[in-house]
Design a protein around this ligand. Structure first.
Ligand code: URA
Length: 481
């Protein structure tokens, strides 16, 4: 507990909702500026109107102070946690930051550690909600029931609006329900599972889809169960397929071992066995993905490009670089970043002390988009639909590799990784936590450096890029130490 003994002259802050980040931020800022210590505040949610921000009127304003952006980003996640102490813990951190702007960087501080853990649990819950919500079609509306562990429903609403913009849908949860009618998002009261619809023809669609993407070589039962906790299974039509698929996968694995034994003897058979143990089949999973991607027709770009340019690099890389899309030379070579932008990228990596052979390099969009101008194929920027269609592949790459650090090179990559539009200059230089774990760093695209006409500025910007990469290298080393 943060407080001891009776609270005298307490400041009560009653927030409007469980996930009221703005309410917490405004009250916390005023209280901290007025010098009110953590022990003098009681944080509550949704009390009577009389005690709403009870401190405002009586607090003399003190000097304002800035807090690191990373703390604000973390606070937005932590506020959604179900831990009743979250607001007080965040305020305790803010209180430290008031006198030490670097306090949040002290990873040995148990408070920082606890906040990081809370944020991680929320991000994981968000990731699960993104992945496991399943809609049933009821009349002209799609309805899903989901039980998050934390107060994340509003937090995730934007994701579902973007993914299913043209559908009318409702997501019912015990705490709160949200409805989208194609134009506006509204909220309603929570719902019990019994109020949610059961099976319907849409399940058949999900099952077909799920069986078609299910690849036995990718099966890691432990990981799958961890990712898809039993409580979600009831809501997911494809779970009725899981047992037969697992059984079939194991049969195929055993056939593989038999073949290896017949061909090359016991030693190789044992190696084959090892390679399909949980965690050991990562390479096979990636190769299956790579093969699937070669036939990608998720958008029209495949029609004119030479081939899919998939990511490459070690699957245990601690850094994943994401570019925009292959250029002319990459399209011909079938490998990312091998043309002029690739040269700039390689040079900068070398200066930053990052061996390219140790990082995974991929693109947000896997086919070259261009306009034919005479004999030249001139790069053309992928649009939102193409980025969205291709997110399927990069999401799969990221969930296989799970890099602690993902680097978005330029705005398209940042949009793909963060699922929102960002301004590079605003987000450059500090980590952005990702819902599925790990963090994203945004920097410029190497081709931006190629286009700078003034020599002096070009040198300056290249140096800034190298400096970003050095910071990223240090960070990845720290996270994997
Ligand atoms: N630009 C990119 O974004 N990716 C490549 O692979 C090459 C150029």
């Amino acid at each position: 507990m943060l407080r001891e003994g009776p609270m005298i002259d307490a400041h009560r802050v009653t927030l409007a909702a469980q996930d009221d980040f703005e309410g917490w931020r405004d009250a916390a800022r005023d209280l901290a500026e007025a010098g009110v210590p953590p022990s003098a505040i009681i944080w509550r949610v949704d009390g009577g109107p009389d005690d709403l921000f009870a401190t405002d009127a009586t607090q003399p304003k003190g000097a304002s102070f800035a807090v690191p952006r990373a703390f604000i980003d973390l606070a937005k996640s932590v506020v959604c946690h179900s831990d009743p102490e979250r607001f007080a813990l965040l305020y305790a951190m803010l209180w430290k930051l008031r006198t030490n702007r670097n306090a949040f960087e002290d990873r040995a501080d148990p408070l920082v550690d606890r906040l990081e853990r809370l944020a991680k649990e929320v991000r994981r819950d968000v990731h699960k909600m993104h992945a496991f919500v399943r809609f049933r079609e009821i009349n002209d509306r799609f309805v899903a029931f989901f039980e998050p562990d934390h107060h994340i429903v509003r937090h995730t609403a934007g994701f579902f609006v973007r993914r299913f913009t043209n559908m009318r849908w409702s997501i019912l949860t015990p705490e709160l329900s949200i409805y989208w009618d194609g134009e506006a998002l509204t909220e309603g009261p929570g719902a019990a599972r019994a109020e949610a619809p059961g099976g319907d023809p849409l399940e058949a669609m999900w099952k077909t889809y799920y069986a078609s993407i299910f690849n036995p070589a990718r099966l890691k039962v432990g990981a799958m169960l961890k990712e898809m906790p039993k409580k979600y299974w009831r809501n997911m039509p494809e779970t009725s397929l899981v047992q037969p698929l697992i059984a079939n996968a194991r049969t195929r694995e055993l056939e593989m071992i038999d073949r290896a034994a017949a061909k090359t003897g016991l030693k190789h058979a044992l190696e084959a066995e090892r390679s399909i143990e949980p965690g050991g089949n990562l390479r096979a999973s990636w190769e299956a993905l790579f093969k699937e991607a070669r036939g990608c027709t998720r958008c029209d770009l495949y029609k004119h490009a030479t081939q899919t340019v998939f990511g490459e690099g070690p699957l245990d890389a601690s850094i994943m670089f994401v570019g925009e899309q292959p250029g002319d030379q990459e399209d011909l070579a079938g490998r990312p970043f091998v043309g002029p932008a690739g040269q700039v990228f390689d040079e900068a990596l070398e200066k930053a002390g990052i061996p390219r052979s140790q990082v995974y390099v991929t693109n947000a969009v896997k086919h070259f988009k261009f306009e034919q101008k005479g004999k030249k194929r001139v790069h053309s920027k992928p649009n939102a639909g193409e980025i969205e269609a291709c997110r399927w592949w990069i999401d799969q790459e990221r969930s296989l590799i799970r890099p602690p650090v993902t680097v978005a090179l330029g705005a398209t990559a940042a949009r793909s990784v963060l699922d929102k539009v960002v301004t590079i200059s605003k987000v450059r230089g500090s980590p952005i936590p990702l819902a599925e774990g790990g963090e994203c760093w945004v920097t410029v695209h190497p081709s931006f450096l190629l286009r700078i006409p003034e020599p002096e500025r070009r040198v300056e910007e290249r140096q800034k890029f190298v400096d970003d990469l050095k910071r990223i290298r240090d960070r990845a080393e720290k996270l994997t130490a």
